[in-house]
Ligand binder design. Structure first.
Ligand code: TRP
Length: 449
């Protein structure tokens, strides 16, 4: 543990840490992306593969990131460097892992914040504070295709995110997540109760999600599930390394990591259950794609009893989830400035936020990336989900499995006195996880799938 934890900040309790890490994990990935890809890839069989990916890729990487942060007491860049100092030949690996982590945080937040902004717009429309354009398709186009609206909400969202991160680990991140996460869980329960009591789509929704039909499964679906398994758990860019560094040493990080993965999975499934109950109750198709939450759903809400209230609750949930995730993305960049360059937290947060906000404007205005044939929005999305996150995850797996000293590597398992789990984890992270993550990278490069 480094001796500087007082200036760096720390989580005050295990519960605070679990809520913050779950806050990072549960985000647009769970409520917007998981339901729509599940719809596109046909339901049950895809869900089963996704659960397998969480077990074989997500959980092992989650522990690897937490233990690296926890043992080094440093955020991404410094953590990899410190724990691999005994192995000079791995210097390139750890420098790359640290650099990619900061780069990913930067790029992901710049477009994530724009999507979160659209959710704020829909929240205001559903509360009647802004006039919608009639059909939700028109409302969505009006905000997503308007640089002015998109950048307004992007600005609001970045200010909210920066405010929390500037206030510090305990007074900012932990305090915010202690409020946001219980609210989010509460809203999910209310929405579940609503679809059970007020619609007759829950049975069909549960069958769609949980009765696997393997004839619908494609190689493409498996790769999508793999890629999503670490985006949804906030892995591959040092977010969990950074959060792990704010925990005092030898806490039960194995148990905490499992708790975070379980909360994340339960939330994704619950969001899917609610969304498909509404879709099936009105005889609609589940495969609407990315527009499922912003286009299909609001129209369906509008025809339902208490529709405006239900829609508001839903978009509150989406905004809260995105906010607590964005906090962790900004924290990776800010913590790097604090730990590696010695910048005071408030200045670091401000500097990182302004830079990310400025880059995000390119996404908000839908500016085309020169010579790339796509917008900056798509460029950053593709660059991170296809390349920087999988490569980051691969590097973490290799460093944790092959480079770390056993004393560091197994620190989290010691409290359990169950050597079997440590061995199982070790061989998974050494062989299975890198192989599976490599498939995602090869798919991104167009070599397979
Ligand atoms: N996990 C979040 C989601 O599901 C997004 C996120 C937050 C993230 N921090 C991350 C993704 C770090 C990758 C890496 O929406």
């Amino acid at each position: 543990m480094s001796g500087q934890s007082t200036e760096r900040g720390a989580f005050a309790s295990n519960l605070g840490f679990i809520l913050a890490a779950a806050g990072s994990a549960v985000g647009l990935g769970n409520i917007w992306k998981f339901p729509y890809i599940t719809g596109v890839y046909g339901g049950g069989a895809f869900v089963l593969v996704y659960l397998g990916c969480i077990l074989l890729v997500g959980l092992p990487l989650m522990y690897a990131e937490l233990v690296i942060g926890n043992r080094s007491g440093l955020s991404a860049v410094g953590a990899f460097k410190k724990l691999t100092a005994h192995a000079p030949r791995s210097r390139v690996l750890s420098a790359l892992a640290g650099g990619l982590a900061v780069l990913s945080g930067f790029l992901i937040l710049s477009f994530y914040s724009v999507v979160a902004g659209w959710a704020i717009h829909f929240l205001f429309v559903s509360m009647g504070l802004i006039a919608g354009k009639g059909a939700s398709e028109a409302t969505f186009t009006a905000v997503a295709h308007s640089g002015a609206w998109s950048s307004l909400w992007h600005t609001v969202f970045m200010i909210g995110t920066a405010g929390v991160v500037a206030a510090g680990v305990h007074r900012g991140i932990e305090a915010a997540c202690k409020v946001l996460m219980p609210l989010l869980f509460g809203i999910v329960l209310l929405l579940l109760a609503y679809v059970i009591l007020e619609t007759d789509g829950v049975g069909a929704s549960a069958r769609f999600l949980f009765a696997p039909d393997f004839s619908k499964l494609s190689g493409e679906a498996v790769l999508e599930a793999l890629g999503h398994s670490f985006f949804t758990l906030s892995l591959g860019m040092g977010a969990m390394v950074t959060y792990g560094s704010y925990l005092s040493e030898d806490r039960a990080i194995v148990r905490d990591g499992v708790a975070v993965a379980v909360l994340d999975t339960v939330l994704a499934l619950a969001a899917g259950l609610v969304i498909f109950a509404v879709v099936f109750a009105q005889g609609k198709e589940p495969a609407a794609g990315p527009g499922l939450v912003f286009v299909t759903l609001p129209d369906l809400f509008a025809t339902m009893p208490f529709g405006a209230a239900v829609a508001s609750a839903f978009f509150f949930m989406l905004v809260f989830a995105a906010w607590s995730s964005a906090i962790s993305l900004l924290e990776v960049v800010a913590a790097w400035l604090v730990d590696s360059l010695g910048v005071p937290r408030v200045k670091a947060t401000l500097g990182a936020s302004v830079a990310i906000w400025a880059i995000g404007l390119l996404c908000a205005y839908g500016v085309g990336a020169p010579g790339m044939g796509e917008s900056f929005f798509d460029l950053f999305d593709n660059l991170t989900t296809k390349y920087t996150l999988p490569v980051g995850g691969l590097l973490v797996a290799l460093i944790a499995g092959w480079v770390l000293l056993p004393n560091d590597r197994e620190a989290g398992f010691r409290a359990f006195k169950l050597p079997f789990f440590a061995t199982f984890w070790l061989w998974t992270i050494r062989i299975v996880t890198p192989l599976l993550v490599s498939l995602v990278i090869l798919h991104g490069l167009g070599v397979i799938g």
